[in-house]
Design a protein around this ligand. Structure first.
Ligand code: UT7
Length: 328
């Protein structure tokens, strides 16, 4: 396997909204209980964006922290990618706002929508650019304001999601460092198990019936079942293809959807809890932001050492899912 010129992380950053919404707060909003939410999802709190915390502003702050840690200026960036499905505008992209705000005057910028798998798809994309041009510096951000797209009267969904942004700066790594391989998948035929209409997805003059609002809609049980099976298969295939086992993995950083999904995944992969980074209890499901937030926390806690084999996996609307191996 050619390990030269693969994308390596040289800085990470996070920005979380200030407001914390607890399960007890939710008890006052919908017919639910802290006990139900905790046992079914493992979530205790989530962050909710307020004034001045639009998606691109969270993305900017996370990106600036990552740049600082990487020790490079925005001027040195060639590309800004924001993985999101909740941009504050459909056009221009969130990434263009970030590019302007941070002063990345040499960079091109665009958004990537692969729902909860957006950050993993973005990492793979960054790796493809860097394989071609190893000195390229890329800012990849996963940023979501899901609270704006949640129906706060629907107890099936409103308890699950949170807002936030996580970022990383990538460039060509040294020999043996960086992305090893990725196994990304999609199945658009299952779109209607987890979806969200745009504010006006179709010409209102041509469509008579209302689309019911642009909120996240989900068949929770079906999503749960597919998520466990799909992530397990994506990981197993990737490990086999690269001649490694789960024992060779130092840390698994999964998309933070639900503790029961993660528990089932850990059981099926026979990976011990201490080798898995979990923070869904604090932030809920932040979609494309969940992996980079977890990555930044794991890195800050000193859980990642040079040479460690890190495994990522995700699952989200589309359906989109996948796995990635990276040498830290
Ligand atoms: O990135 C991927 C994004 N999506 C996910 O990760 C979601 C995956 N799915 C799940 O995590 C779970 O399916 C949920 C947590 C969403 C739901 O848990 P469940 O064990 O699958 O519950 P359920 O949907 O089968 O509902 C069981 C009962 C129902 O009541 P009845 O019909 O049995 O009387 C629901 O109405 O629980 C009820 N229920 C609630 N009760 C209290 C649903 N939501 C709530 C709630 N509080 N918030």
């Amino acid at each position: 396997m050619n390990m030269k010129n693969r994308a390596a992380v040289i800085g990470t950053g996070v920005c979380l909204p200030e407001r914390v919404l607890t399960n007890f707060d939710l008890e006052k909003m919908v017919n639910t209980s802290d006990e139900w939410i905790t046992t079914r999802t493992g979530i205790h709190t989530r962050r909710i964006a307020g004034k001045g915390e639009e998606n691109y502003r969270l993305a900017v702050r996370a990106g600036q922290v990552a740049l600082k840690q990487a020790g490079i200026s925005a001027h040195e960036l060639s590309l800004v990618i924001v993985a999101t499905f909740t941009p504050h505008m459909i056009m221009p992209s969130c990434a263009c706002f970030v590019q302007a705000e941070i002063g990345a005057d040499q960079a091109f910028a665009y958004d990537l929508n692969a729902a909860c798998s957006g950050f993993l798809y973005g990492l793979d994309l960054a790796d493809a650019y860097i394989s071609r041009q190893p000195d390229m510096k890329i800012l990849l951000i996963g940023s979501e304001t899901l609270s704006a797209r949640v129906n706060w009267e629907d107890r099936n969904t409103c308890i699950l999601f949170g807002d936030g942004a996580g970022a990383c700066v990538l460039t060509g790594g040294r020999e043996g460092q960086g992305v090893v391989d990725a196994n990304l998948r999609s199945d658009g035929s299952l779109w209607n198990l987890l979806y969200m209409h745009g504010p006006e997805s179709q010409n209102p003059a041509l469509v008579s019936d209302d689309n019911g609002g642009s909120f996240i809609r989900m068949a929770g049980r079906d999503v749960f079942r597919y998520a466990v099976k799909a992530m397990e298969e994506a990981v197993t295939t990737l490990l086999e293809r690269n001649g490694v086992t789960i024992d060779d993995v130092c840390l698994l950083i999964p998309h933070q959807a639900n503790i029961r999904i993660l528990n089932k995944l850990m059981d099926r992969l026979t990976v011990p809890r201490e080798k898995v980074y979990i923070n869904v209890d604090k932030y809920g499901n932040t979609s494309a932001a969940s992996i980079p937030i977890a990555l930044d926390e794991a890195s800050s806690l000193g859980m990642l050492r040079r040479g460690d084999l890190v495994l990522f996996c995700s699952f989200g609307g589309g359906f989109t899912w996948g796995s990635m191996l990276m040498n830290w």
